[in-house]
Design a protein around this ligand. Structure first.
Ligand code: AHG
Ligand code: MN
Ligand code: MN
Length: 339
C-alpha cells in the first residue's frame, strides 16, 4: 500500500524551497509528535477514576494532571526540545514562556497555542482539539519578547490544528494550500488523507451559539434569519450544527461547507475567541482553503494584536457566506466595528 506520512510530506515540501533551513520542518514535526501523546491521553480520558489515574502519582512519580494542563505541558516540552522555538504564548499561561536555554534562545520562531480547545467537552466524549500559530520572531537576537507575538496574522509562517474526533486529524498550512493527515493509531503515524483541502462550492451549514441571540448585533440576527429562509435555489433553509469546540466546528464546515460565527455581542464587543491562537490560525487555514475570515468588518489576518490573550469576533467559512454576513453587519450593526 502506498501512503505518505506527515514526516515524509514535511520533508518533501521543504525540498521544494532550497533556501529553507529545515527549522520549520522540525518544528512542525515536533508538534505532530506532541499531538500523538495528547491523543493517547484524550482517548483514555474517561478511565481516570476507573484506573485510579486522577490525583494519583503515576509511574514517573508525577501527579496526574488535568488534560488541558497535560496537553500544555506536552506541547511546551516538544517545542523546548527542538530549539527552533524561542518562546510560547499559551492559553494556559498568563505570560509568554521564554525558552532561554542556549539552544532555544536563538530559535527563529515563536508559537502561540491553545493546547486543548473545547476542553469542557471532554467528559461527554465530544470532539476537542489543539490550535497553533507559528510566527517568525521580530527581535533579531537575545531572549524573545511579547513584541514577537504581537504581529498581525498575515505574517504567519504556518498554522494548524489537531482534531481529536472520531479519528484524529492534523491539518496545517504554510501558506501553500491546506493538507490534512489522519492518525492511524495502530502504527502511530499521521497519514496524508486530505490533500489540498478546499471549501466546497456551496455550503448549507451555519454554526453559532444561538443561546446568545438576544445579545447579538442586529446584523448577526439578520444573517441567522437569512439562513433560515426558504429558498430552494440557494439550498435554504441551511442546517444548524454547533459542537462547541471551535476546531471541530471549523473542520466540519471546511469539509461539508459552512460558516462558523462567534460574534461580538452587546455584553462583549470583542466576542470570546482569542485572536492569536484561535482566530488567526483558523483564518489562515480558511483563506488557504479558498474561504474567508472576518471580524464582521475586517480581514481577521489584518488585525494588529495589542495583547497576548486579546479576543476577536470571527465569521469564517466559504467566501460568499462570510461576505453575506459582512454585508448585513455593515448595514445593520456599524456600531460593532472595532478599531
Ligand atoms: P477553550 O476550551 O479552549 O476555552 O475554548 C472553547 C471555545 C471554543 O472551542 C468554542 O467554539 C467556544 O469556546 C464555545 O463557546 P460557547 O460555549 O460560548 O458557545
Ligand atoms: Mn479554545
Ligand atoms: Mn483551551
Amino acid at each position: 500500500m502506498k501512503f505518505k506520512t506527515l514526516t515524509e510530506f514535511i520533508i518533501e515540501k521543504q525540498a521544494e524551497y532550497p533556501q529553507a533551513s529545515g527549522e520549520l520542518s522540525r518544528l512542525l514535526n515536533d508538534i505532530g509528535i506532541a499531538a500523538k501523546f495528547v491523543n493517547r491521553e484524550v482517548n483514555r480520558a474517561g478511565l481516570g477514576e476507573v484506573m485510579g489515574y486522577a490525583g494519583e502519582v503515576n509511574v514517573q512519580g508525577e501527579d496526574q494532571k488535568k488534560l488541558d494542563v497535560y496537553a500544555n505541558d506536552q506541547f511546551i516540552a516538544a517545542l523546548k526540545s527542538g530549539g527552533q522555538c524561542c518562546a510560547i504564548g499559551s492559553e494556559e499561561n498568563d505570560e509568554i514562556i521564554l525558552l532561554d536555554s542556549e539552544i532555544s534562545k536563538h530559535g527563529k520562531y515563536v508559537v502561540a497555542i491553545d493546547p486543548l480547545d473545547g476542553s469542557s467537552n471532554i467528559e461527554s466524549n465530544v470532539s476537542i482539539g489543539t490550535i497553533f500559530s507559528i510566527y517568525r520572531r521580530r527581535t533579531v537576537r537575545g531572549v524573545a519578547t511579547i513584541e514577537d507575538f504581537l504581529q498581525p496574522g498575515r505574517n504567519l509562517v504556518a498554522a494548524g490544528y489537531v482534531l481529536y474526533g472520531s479519528s484524529t486529524v492534523l491539518v496545517y498550512t504554510t501558506g501553500y494550500g491546506v493538507n490534512g493527515f489522519t492518525l492511524d493509531p495502530s502504527v502511530g503515524l499521521f497519514i496524508l488523507s486530505h490533500p489540498n483541502m478546499k471549501y466546497p462550492e456551496t455550503g448549507t451549514i451555519y454554526s453559532i451559539n444561538e443561546a446568545n441571540y438576544i445579545y447579538f448585533p442586529e446584523g448577526v440576527k439578520r444573517y441567522i434569519q437569512f439562513c433560515q429562509e426558504d429558498d430552494k435555489a440557494t439550498h435554504r433553509p441551511y442546517s444548524t450544527r454547533y459542537i462547541g469546540s471551535m476546531v471541530a466546528d471549523v473542520h466540519r464546515n471546511l469539509i461539508r461547507g459552512g460558516i462558523f460565527i462567534y460574534p461580538g455581542t452587546i455584553v462583549s464587543k470583542q466576542g470570546k475567541l482569542r485572536l492569536l491562537y484561535e482566530c488567526n490560525p483558523v483564518a489562515f487555514i480558511a483563506e488557504q482553503a479558498g474561504g474567508k475570515a472576518s471580524d464582521g468588518f475586517r480581514r481577521v489576518l489584518d488585525i494588529q494584536p495589542k495583547a497576548l490573550h486579546e479576543r476577536a469576533p470571527i465569521f469564517v467559512g466559504p467566501t460568499y457566506m462570510v461576505e453575506k454576513a459582512e454585508a448585513l453587519m455593515k448595514q445593520y450593526s456599524p456600531e460593532f466595528r472595532l478599531e
